[in-house]
Design a protein around this ligand. Structure first.
Ligand code: DGY
Length: 327
């Protein structure tokens, strides 16, 4: 066998991605790709990772101590997502494995979708479309699907990273909204001024906002950060949007609050235990439900995959990850 062939690292592509991305990887590595897009169990993932130096992941494959012990050749786990709650970062540090994510490239697209969900839920877009498609529309009337105002209202943003800031700018500059935000730490004054956003504590945000958007990372501390008590603090006319991760919201409590009209509506792109969706959410009309697609434009998804590929190439050929989350 040729020397260079012996030295070529092996990489696993754990789910189907754009074929061009696999081609790019093949120029540098031996690649095993899940072209059939099968759902591999944790055991199957471990089996496929034997001898691999890198893995391209979608953010749903758990990289933890058990997997790392069983896959000693793994050096880099590259998510094609910005969220990386599938990584046990402490375990990865302990095993000397770098994790990478895809910041920046999806920020504006995801913020657009935040407004799509907010507008759709507040203005009852999907609810009224179902009514029309069911042939129930017989005449115009003054209160037909009258919803909640969005422009000129108060927008509360929980989690003020890149996506939160992009949503704030849309709200303040595009929709003339007053923007409140809550984050562990306050942003620099210059960023607050650019976003026209004011830091408040979480209770004030829930109480004063007409609409609340969640864009914070999922961590054990953020588990069910929005539950029955928090929903009870919100205005009965409020819309809640979750773009972040399932598990941040107690979906059972939310379904109950929507059923009781404790809040007006919700727009949800992420769910606890997805792709399963809490049955209570499927039963109420005042919620817009989408299957985790906030970053799903063709251009952005290409950019996300490309950045994950760039991370694998840079790290395995030059020892330098472009967007590491640890190390
Ligand atoms: C992300 O990039 O984290 C999105 O939620 C897609 O998983």
């Amino acid at each position: 066998m040729h020397d260079s062939a012996v030295r070529r690292p092996s990489v696993l592509v754990a789910r189907a991605v754009f074929p061009e991305a696999v081609q790019r990887l093949r120029a540098h590595f031996d690649v095993e790709a899940n072209e059939a897009d099968e759902d591999w169990s944790a055991e199957e993932l471990i089996r496929r990772l034997q001898g691999k130096a890198g893995a391209l992941l979608t953010g749903t494959q758990r990289i933890d101590d058990a997997l790392l012990r069983a896959c000693p050749t793994l050096r880099i786990a590259a998510n094609m997502t910005v969220g990386y709650n599938n990584f046990d970062v402490a375990a990865m540090d302990a095993h000397g494995v770098v994790g990478t994510n895809t910041p920046d490239v999806l920020t504006e697209t995801t913020a657009d979708f935040g407004f799509a969900l907010l507008l759709a839920a507040a203005r009852r877009v999907t609810e009224s479309e179902h009514y029309l498609r069911a042939g129930r529309w017989t005449r115009w009337s003054y209160d037909l699907f009258a919803g909640a105002e969005v422009h000129g209202t108060t927008l509360g943003i929980l989690g003020m990273g890149r996506i939160g800031q992009a949503i704030a700018r849309r709200g303040a500059h595009g929709f003339g909204m007053r923007v409140l935000y809550h984050n562990r730490s306050r942003l620099d004054a210059a960023i607050e001024a650019d976003c026209r956003a004011t830091w408040v504590d979480k209770d004030t945000l829930l109480r004063e906002s007409d609409h609340v958007v969640l864009v914070l990372p999922y961590t054990p501390q953020n588990h069910h950060i929005i539950g029955a008590a928090e929903l009870a603090r919100m205005k009965p006319t409020a819309v809640l949007v979750n773009l972040a991760r399932g598990g941040i919201v107690d979906d059972a409590a939310l379904a109950q609050a929507l059923r009781d009209r404790r809040i007006a509506a919700a727009g949800l792109d992420v769910f606890e235990g997805e792709p399963a969706v809490h049955p209570g959410l499927l039963e109420v009309p005042n919620v817009v439900l989408t299957p985790h697609i906030a970053s799903a434009t063709v251009r952005t998804r290409r950019a996300m995959v490309d950045l994950a590929v760039d991370n694998l190439i840079a790290y395995l050929t030059e020892g330098r990850a472009l967007t590491p989350v640890n190390h």
